[in-house]
Design a protein around this ligand. Structure first.
Ligand code: SIN
Length: 175
């Protein structure tokens, strides 16, 4: 199972191993609406999905799910129900590659918001909150997790800098 968003810092699935992994040919974008976790039905937040892009690399975590895989998938299907679909992907782990599953929200899903100027995405994230917490918290956790992985992601880091600068609670980036 490949996690590239909240599944990086809150997998909540029983797994026997977790390793940094890469998905080549995909980029992570805050283009998916969140009506159930980081926003509300009338005021969606924004969370990440993956977009196919030649030469792009998305860094995340690969989890080895050996026990209760069927239950884990059922739980994840429920958690990722707002537009995500399971997709078979080829993961790069170190110098090896292996087949895995990722939850990707395709362009034709009902909650897809698509691209927008980064400043506009930052405003939406600053203003959104839902049952799982603030949209800012999702972005900051993702930024922190990617730094821990030593992974580069200009889209996430630029957005994080914009949001932190305007955060009324003053969550500045500590460097
Ligand atoms: C994932 O984390 O892999 C899927 C997107 C999300 O739940 O944030």
């Amino acid at each position: 199972m490949f996690g590239y968003g909240s599944l990086i810092w809150r997998p909540d699935i029983p797994h026997s191993r977790a390793r940094p992994a890469r998905l080549e040919g995909w980029s992570r974008r805050f283009w998916q609406g969140s009506h159930d976790h980081r926003g509300l039905p009338h005021a969606p937040g924004r969370v990440v999905t993956l977009i196919e892009e030649v030469d792009a690399v998305c860094h995340g975590i690969a989890y080895l799910v050996e026990r209760d895989a069927a239950t884990a998938l059922e739980d994840l299907d429920y958690r990722e129900k707002n537009g995500y679909r399971r997709r078979d992907v080829e993961l790069a782990i170190g110098t090896d590659s292996t087949l895995g599953i990722a939850y990707i929200a395709p362009r034709d899903n009902h909650a897809y918001l698509g691209p927008a100027p980064l400043d506009q995405i930052a405003t939406q994230i600053l203003e959104s909150t839902g049952p799982s917490g603030t949209n800012r918290d999702y972005l900051y956790r993702l930024g922190d997790a990617l730094r821990q992985l030593d992974a580069d992601d200009a889209h996430v880091f630029e957005l994080e800098a914009l949001v932190r600068k305007r955060d009324p609670d003053g969550h500045q980036l500590q460097c």
